[in-house]
Design a protein around this ligand. Structure first.
Ligand SMILES: Cc1cc2nc3c(=O)[nH]c(=O)nc-3n(C[C@H](O)[C@H](O)[C@H](O)COP(=O)(O)OP(=O)(O)OC[C@H]3O[C@@H](n4cnc5c(N)ncnc54)[C@H](O)[C@@H]3O)c2cc1C
Length: 448
């Protein structure tokens, strides 16, 4: 066993990923989590009403085939992809006027860029010239390696690239909102292109598993991430301290001490793996981290609303995931086809918008009407539940300065979706950031 004693503060995907990687190295790891379970923003909550009890995710999550580190992490804690996910070919199926349909289901033996081009060529709902403009834009981006010299808001970029309002509204905006959770008027084009690059790159001919496939969880989020991770970490000697909110961090010659911890232990290393706004507060006593704090002070945040509507259990949509137009709801997921929660539909509304002016009842009414218009066969919902995450993700704006894992303070690292620079706020970004912290600590040992 090394003398290294590591405190990880925050048990979301980033903290879990760091803890697993560090436990594998044989280091003594303590994981502090303010909540009563691991998982952070990717967790489920128990919900009870007159009809009974169930678990609802705090937000419907979508993963994609390119999320290799997340898939490896789930594998490590004992979940195969088959147990965990329904893998669907990338498709944007918008229900509403225009009925845009971009499906990459065809020609699945071709590498991703070609299936994307073929998909765009066959994209229903757009005119031939609109499809051609989209294909030309994709070809230009691929030719430039999805790189951009100067970042700018995605809406401006798309207009510069001759994308029509309809193509933006029916195609690019839904993809971008799902990926960046930031309205396209203020979303970073550079980060959007990074996501496109990863989804389009490195799939080979004849591969049936594409980076741009959607992975939809077949388990609720706690069973997918937090619960199996807890079991694995305990089995591998990680000390997990739940309901332990750390209030501050101080540094002396001996090492780091945490206020709020039950015992006054000293740690050789700290990995701060909370959401950015919590990280900023916790770094307040460490003057070396001024630059990181300044960067985090400039962040702002975007909400995600998930509206659960329970219909009679025989209710089934045509597909597990369908895009919506003509109203507040953006995507609808059939939880019966995903997690055996029959008749339960989850409607997602990403980013800020006028829906925030509605009460929960008004929003449920408006979305129920939107669904009825799209799927006239639906009856009335039996109950509904609105879950709003006000700070679901940071706003992924152009040229946002994001701190990295390595900080100015030796042996003090940051992990979290916000500090994996290439990606927007995603599970994959969080997982990768945790892995980088473990690599940095390992490398510092090898040097020392
Ligand atoms: C509604 C919603 C939908 C989303 N949809 C998607 C999606 O479709 N695809 C996708 O990839 N991503 C999605 N995301 C984003 C994804 O969930 C996050 O990017 C990821 O979970 C962030 O993980 P993290 O570990 O960086 O942070 P967090 O999950 O926020 O974890 C930080 C942890 O630190 C704990 N903590 C905070 N302060 C303290 C303290 N003082 N002491 C101890 N512990 C503390 C918190 O309780 C929390 O558990 C979504 C997020 C939300 C909210």
């Amino acid at each position: 066993m090394h003398k290294t004693r590591i405190a990880i503060i925050g048990g979301g995907c980033a903290g879990i990923s760091a803890a697993i990687a560090m436990a594998k190295q044989g280091w003594a790891v303590s994981l502090f989590e303010a909540g009563s379970e691991l998982g952070g923003r990717a967790r489920s909550i128990a919900f009870t009403n007159a009809s009974g009890s169930t678990y609802l995710d705090n937000g419907q999550h979508i993963l994609i085939g390119a999320y290799k580190s997340t898939l490896r992490l789930l594998n490590t804690v004992g979940l195969s992809e088959k147990q965990a996910f329904l893998r669907l070919p990338f498709s944007v199926r918008m229900h509403g006027p225009g009925h845009c349909l971009l499906s990459l289901n065809t020609a699945s033996y071709l590498p991703a860029p070609l299936t994307m081009l073929l998909g765009l060529l066959a994209c229903k709902g757009l005119s031939f010239s609109e499809r051609l403009a989209s294909i030309s834009m994709m070809a230009r981006m691929a030719f430039n390696g999805y790189r951009l010299d100067h970042d700018l808001p995605l809406a401006s970029f798309l207009q510069d690239q001759n994308q029509s309002n309809k193509a933006i509204q029916l195609l690019w905006e839904p993809i971008s909102l799902a990926a960046l959770n930031t309205p396209i008027q203020v979303a970073s084009t550079k980060v959007f292109l990074n996501v496109l690059k990863d989804t389009m790159a490195s799939t080979t001919w004849f591969s049936l598993k594409k980076n741009n496939d959607f992975l939809l969880a077949k388990l609720d989020l706690s069973k997918l991430i937090g619960d199996p991770a807890s079991v694995y970490l305990r089995q591998h000697g990680v000390r997990i301290k739940l309901k332990q909110r750390i209030k501050g961090i101080s540094k002396s010659d001996l090492g780091f001490q945490l206020s709020g911890e039950e015992e006054a232990a000293v740690y050789s290393h700290v990995v701060l793996a909370t959401a950015p706004h919590n990280a900023n507060q916790l770094m307040a006593g460490l003057s070396e981290l001024h630059a990181e704090r300044m960067a985090l002070a400039s962040f702002d945040y975007q909400p995600i609303v998930t509206l659960y509507l329970q219909y009679p259990t025989h209710t089934k949509l045509r597909l597990p995931m369908i895009g919506l137009t003509n109203g507040a709801g953006q995507w609808v997921f059939d939880r019966g086809q995903l997690c055996q929660q029959h008749g339960l539909l989850a409607v997602v509304i990403s980013g800020a918008g006028s829906h925030q002016n509605l009460s929960q009842e008004q929003l449920a009414e408006a979305v129920t009407a939107q669904l009825k218009q799209a799927f006239p066969e639906l009856s009335e919902p039996l109950w509904h539940k609105v879950i709003t995450e006000k700070r679901a993700t940071y706003a992924c704006k152009p040229d946002l300065t994001r701190p990295l894992q390595q900080t100015a303070l030796p042996n003090f690292y940051l992990a979290g979706d916000y500090c994996y620079a290439d990606y927007p706020a995603t599970i994959e970004g969080a997982v990768r950031s945790g892995l980088i912290c473990a690599e940095l600590i390992q490398a510092s040992h090898e040097v020392g």
